[in-house]
Structures are given as structure tokens and as C-alpha cells.
Design a protein around this ligand. Structure first.
Ligand code: ZN
Ligand code: ZN
Length: 490
């Protein structure tokens, strides 16, 4: 009895992962249904943006077979997966292969069942679980289609910025040196070969790549493909993640429209990252620098390092620092901004995965990666390595602990212990920053081993500060950029 109770309590306290279906359709089929088609009706409510179906049936050991398809409210066939898939999703932007992306209209839809075989003495019970998503937000996707690719918390490295055939990405045709619009597959393959944990596709002002990504994801498991878009305006560029909803990119007034854009992204629970903020804007690259009036409370990230800014690769850092100094909590990330995934020059920033951003996420999933950026649990690896690590923690003498991105509250005079762990960068040096200025504590900042932790402490003066660390190689070139820990007085 005690044991049963214990199990019941444990189940109750576990996070509920599997979301419940909005509708369950059940049916019983017999030999009278052999080699027929059956339309199973269901009503799609107003404001539905995505339909996801999970289908199963009994009797497979007796060779019973039920094939699956879908028709819309006007009777049009929207796809047929036969016996090859037990679950699928469909929205206006993307759909599981076998299905056609289609705007979801409320009304009577049908599952189309085909029964190629049901023996004379056999029967089969089927069950279809149907999920209706009210938004095209990543957090509104049922678990059926957004399972984590790795369940454990950890550091995951990836690239937040790349272009394909769906905008101005190009590569050589497979058997010649002729440049052609480059399929998403080539970028994804380059990322997988580099050992990335996640790769974002961010074409300009479009999400037409989302459907390709849906097809490619199983092939590249466990590398996560993220669907983003680069909102490209006359006054600046910004990547948006976490939503496939329409966002109006047509900013024609710097003052009113740019904040409307940020509000639209916030309303869709999207994550926005301002790209290459100080790239010169002119006829070579119209609207490339960020020149918008900005409500910074609505901005979660800045692309501090952009791989295409070859000669001015750190130009985003002072821009980021000035926002941090103004009191905004904004995560520094990076992106290769790759446009030619088949260019594989070694150590060339701008190739797929260089620079990379390494985030500490609760699992490898779209929502967890986005959350990690929101929380600032991230550092930038300019070398795009597979193994470099920069971890910074602060601990007050009261025992409270913070990692990059966190806020630490302490009373004036409290001793703050700083720990900086650097992996796989022997020969480098650590540089601390406080409120945008280089900060030299009494610190032996030289890294001589492949896994080294530097510790130092500081008596907190009670003012609000942000602290962060970079790592520089022997020649003084920055190779890793850490995010801030924010200090506040109690
Ligand atoms: Zn851009
Ligand atoms: Zn770009």
C-alpha cells in the first residue's frame, strides 16, 4: 500500500511532458471494412493554427493495416502518409512530409482511412489523438512533434545565423562550379560535419525554409535544426526565433514602426536578437547597421560577433556594452551569417559554425535553447571549436550562487568569490570586464592547462554592476566572450 502511494506521489511531482490531446477519435473496424476507405470527421475550432495527429491501431500481428490521410473542410486531399507514419503535423508554414502546408480553417475536417487488409476473423480498434495549437509558437507545439533530442542539461554549441536558397545563400551545383541557390540540406550537412548540436536557418523575411527543416530534422538527429528568420528592414536586421507566426517586417518609420516590430515579436513570444548592429549601412549593404528607435526592454539578445564582419568582427561588443551599461539585461550571442556553406577554408569566420554560441540548456530542444539565450546562459566561441569552454560563477559569502546571465543580490561589503573555468585553451589569458571597462583584480590570469579554474574574490561595494570575462590567445586575439553576471545590492 505504501509503495503504491509512493509511486502515485512521484508521478504527481514529475513534470508532465506529454501534452493531452484536444480530441480522441476511436473506431472499431472488421472484415466488412476490408479494402474500403472511411472518412472520420472531426471539427477544428476557430483560431487553430496547427493540427497534429497521432494515430495507432490494434491487430498488426494479424496483418491488419490502416493507412492514413487528411482532407480539409472543402474536401481537398491535404496529404496521404499511408502506412508509413503514425504521426504528422500540418500548418500554413510547414507540415510533415506526405502533407502539404495549408492555412488551417475552422470547420469539419476528415481523417481519411484506407484499409488494404483486414482478415475475415480479425478486427482492429484505432485511436487518433488530435492536438490543436492556437499559435505557431515553439512552446505551443505538442510534445508529439517537439521531443527533446537530448534529455540532459548541458552545454550545447551551435550557430544562430545562416542563409540558404530561401534567401541569398548559394553553393556550387553538385557536379560543377556553377553557383546555384543552396538547398537547406547543404547547410545542415556542413553543420553536422562540424559536430554542432544545433544549427539555425535564418533566411531574410521568410519562413519558406520551415517546411524543408521539418523534412530534414529526422535525418540530422540529434543535431537540432532551428527555424528562425532574419527580419531585414531598411534600418537594421534582427533574427527572430521561437515563432512561425507572420511578423510584418515593413518598417518605414524608424520611430513608430520599429517599436511596433518589437511589440509584434513580443506578442508572439518570439526571441529577438539584433544582428551585426554596427555594420556600416549604405549602398553596399542597405539597412545593415541598427538605426532604429528601440525599446530595449523588448530585446533579448545582440549578435555581438558576426562571422561576415571579417575585418570588424568585434564591432558589436562596445554596442552591447553600452546597452548593458544602460541597465538592460541583454545576452551576447554570435552567428556565422553563412551564405556559402560549401566554403570550408579552415579558421575562416563566416563558415558554418564559426563563430559558435555555446548555451547551457536544460535539454536539447528548441524551447530550451531559446530559454538559455533569454537567461544569458551562454558564451561565444569565436574559433568555433568542438570543445572550448568558458564558465563563470559568482558566489556571495552568504552562499548565493550565479552563473553567466544570472543576477546575484548581496549586501554591501559581502565577499564575492569569482570562479572562471577555461577548458581546452592552454596558453590563453583571461580578461575580466566590469561595467564595460577592463578590470584587473589581483588575478593570475594565465591559462596553462587544458582544464583550469581561476579563483579570485572581491568585496562588493553595494552598487549595481555587471561582470564578465573574455579569453584571449597568446597573440592577444579574443577567442571566447562570456556573458555578464549582474550584481545588485540587497
Ligand atoms: Zn543581416
Ligand atoms: Zn544574415
Amino acid at each position: 500500500m505504501t509503495r503504491i502511494l509512493l509511486i502515485a506521489v512521484m508521478l504527481w511531482t514529475l513534470p508532465v511532458r506529454a501534452s493531452q490531446p484536444d480530441l480522441v477519435l476511436k473506431g472499431h473496424l472488421t472484415n466488412s471494412n476490408h479494402q474500403t476507405y472511411i472518412q472520420v470527421p472531426f471539427d477544428v475550432p476557430q483560431q487553430t493554427q496547427r493540427i497534429t495527429v497521432k494515430f495507432d491501431y490494434s491487430g498488426k500481428q494479424e496483418r491488419s493495416v490502416i493507412d492514413l490521410g487528411l482532407t480539409g473542410p472543402d474536401g481537398r486531399l491535404l496529404g496521404w502518409s499511408g502506412g508509413n507514419k503514425s504521426e504528422f503535423t500540418i500548418s500554413a508554414v510547414d507540415a510533415t512530409p506526405s502533407y502539404i502546408p495549408t492555412p488551417i480553417h475552422a470547420g469539419r475536417w476528415h481523417l481519411l482511412l484506407g484499409i488494404p487488409n483486414l482478415r475475415k476473423m480479425s478486427s482492429s480498434d484505432y485511436e487518433a489523438h488530435i492536438f490543436f495549437s492556437k499559435t505557431l509558437g515553439a512552446s505551443d507545439e505538442p510534445d508529439v512533434i517537439s521531443k527533446p533530442l537530448k534529455a540532459q542539461a548541458g552545454w550545447y554549441r551551435g550557430d544562430f545565423h545562416a542563409h540558404t536558397a530561401h534567401s541569398d545563400g548559394s553553393c556550387n551545383r553538385w557536379n560543377s562550379s556553377e553557383k546555384v541557390p543552396c538547398p537547406v540540406f547543404v547547410t545542415a550537412l556542413a553543420a553536422a560535419k562540424r559536430g554542432l548540436d544545433f544549427m539555425a536557418i535564418t533566411d531574410h523575411n521568410t519562413l519558406s525554409h520551415a517546411h524543408s527543416v521539418r523534412e530534414l530534422q529526422p535525418y540530422f538527429n540529434p543535431m537540432l535544426l532551428l527555424v528562425g528568420r532574419e527580419i531585414t528592414t531598411f534600418f537594421g536586421h534582427a533574427n527572430v526565433f521561437g515563432t512561425l507566426a507572420d511578423i510584418n517586417f515593413q518598417v518605414v518609420s524608424q520611430e513608430s514602426d520599429s517599436n511596433r516590430l518589437l511589440q509584434d515579436v513580443a506578442a508572439q513570444k518570439g526571441l529577438i536578437s539584433i544582428n551585426h548592429p554596427v555594420r556600416p549601412s549604405g549602398e553596399l549593404c542597405m539597412g545593415c547597421g541598427w538605426n532604429n528607435q528601440t525599446d530595449w526592454k523588448k530585446v533579448q539578445a545582440i549578435e555581438v560577433v558576426n562571422g561576415a564582419d571579417v575585418d570588424t568582427i568585434f564591432s558589436g561588443v562596445p554596442f552591447w556594452h553600452s546597452q548593458l551599461n544602460a541597465g538592460h539585461y541583454i545576452t551576447g550571442i554570435s552567428g556565422s551569417d553563412n551564405h556559402q556553406p560549401d566554403q570550408e577554408k579552415p579558421n575562416y569566420t563566416g563558415r558554418v559554425g564559426q563563430p559558435s554560441t555555446v548555451v547551457f540548456a536544460s535539454e536539447l530542444s528548441q524551447n530550451a535553447i531559446i530559454n538559455a539565450v533569454r537567461q544569458g546562459h551562454a558564451f561565444i566561441d569565436i574559433t568555433g571549436s568542438n570543445d572550448k569552454l568558458l564558465e563563470i560563477t559568482a558566489q556571495s559569502s552568504g552562499g548565493e550562487k550565479a552563473m553567466m546571465g544570472d543576477r546575484l543580490q548581496a549586501a554591501k561589503g559581502t565577499n564575492i568569490q569569482l570562479r572562471i573555468q577555461v577548458k581546452n585553451a592552454a596558453g590563453s589569458n583571461v580578461q575580466l570586464w566590469k561595467d564595460g571597462k577592463k578590470w584587473s583584480l589581483d588575478l593570475d590570469n594565465h591559462i596553462t592547462r587544458n582544464d583550469q579554474t581561476i579563483e579570485t574574490s572581491w568585496s562588493f561595494d553595494g552598487d549595481a554592476h555587471w561582470l564578465r570575462a573574455d579569453v584571449q590567445d597568446q597573440s592577444g586575439k579574443t577567442i571566447m566572450i562570456g556573458n555578464p553576471i549582474y550584481l545588485h545590492s540587497k
